[in-house]
Design a binder for this molecule. Structure first.
Ligand code: AMP
Length: 264
């Protein structure tokens, strides 16, 4: 396809596809001649075996969704095909300070696994353009660094977060929520919006504290709610107009993340 001068767009996923994934495929279709989606539940990016084992796998349904949005190629490798004998990970230690905060702090080694698998996938698929969701914002910064260092010819696209009608960010993990947890889950986006809507020099800190308190109410298990600089992910200590609010909470056994970018 490269020899035929066709442009290749790539959307890496872990499957259990939902409209958020399809929106990336749609974005890729608009920019590229051929769209490749990979489904690979990458063991090296999981911190807990239980989370890896519980990760939803819905291949038949995924294939139907990919057909419905005219995705050209599905790449669905086995773990042995991607890793052979060795599950060794490369290190992201020197990627910069942003790698050690938020998800990097909560999930040690997670980004090492992400970068390891993406390097393999990029070398196999040879994409011209890649499409990632803002939902995993810190991951997007990691991927941009990987591309900058090792694949400078690849064009990176950051795609917006697809949400349910009630604001909950779509996620493969949402199916693991109980009915009661699902009913509470929109509070995550509500509290991000509360912060964004009161993003003013004199209020931002108090509203951030209020939103943190709201997300510490049972049954939420609070991990972080942080206002950061969008480029460096440095936690803000003084007000700035352009910021990103990132959140991670657990509801029962399900860990959920979300974020909202604030622009002047
Ligand atoms: P995952 O299958 O969770 O590894 O996600 C694969 C890709 O889909 C990543 O680039 C995610 O950021 C993206 N993605 C996941 N959820 C959403 C969403 N709600 N909206 C947009 N993109 C998403």
């Amino acid at each position: 396809m490269r020899a035929a001068n066709l442009s290749i767009g790539f959307v890496p996923t872990m499957g259990a596809l939902h409209y958020g994934h399809l929106s990336l495929i749609e974005a890729a279709k608009k920019k590229c001649d051929i769209v490749v989606c990979s489904i690979f539940v990458n063991p090296t990016q999981f911190n807990q075996e239980s989370d890896l084992n519980a990760y939803p796998r819905t291949l038949e349904n995924d294939i139907q969704l990919l057909l419905s949005c005219s995705c050209d190629i599905l790449f669905h490798p086995e773990v042995s095909e991607m890793y052979g004998e060795s599950m060794e990970k490369e290190s992201t230690e020197d990627y910069g300070n942003f790698i050690h905060v938020l998800e990097g702090a909560s999930r040690p080694g997670h980004f090492d696994g992400v970068v390891t698998v993406l390097r393999k996938l990029f070398l196999l698929v040879l994409p011209h353009q890649v499409f990632f969701g803002q939902k995993d914002y810190q991951q997007c910064l990691v991927v941009q660094t990987l591309i900058h260092r090792s694949f400078p010819e690849i064009i990176f696209h950051l795609c917006p977060i697809a949400r349910e009608m009630d604001g909950l960010a779509m996620s493969s993990r949402n199916v693991r929520l109980t009915e009661a947890e699902r009913a509470l889950a929109p509070k995550i986006f509500e509290n991000l919006s509360l912060v964004a809507n009161n993003w003013k020099k004199d209020y931002w800190q108090s509203v951030l504290s209020q939103a943190s308190i709201n997300l510490q109410q049972e049954p939420f298990v609070f991990e972080y709610l942080s206002a950061c600089d969008p480029k460096s992910l440095r936690e803000l200590d003084t007000f700035q107009e352009n910021a990103i609010i990132l959140v991670a909470v657990r509801l029962g056994s399900t860990r959920l993340i979300d974020n909202l970018i604030i622009q002047a």
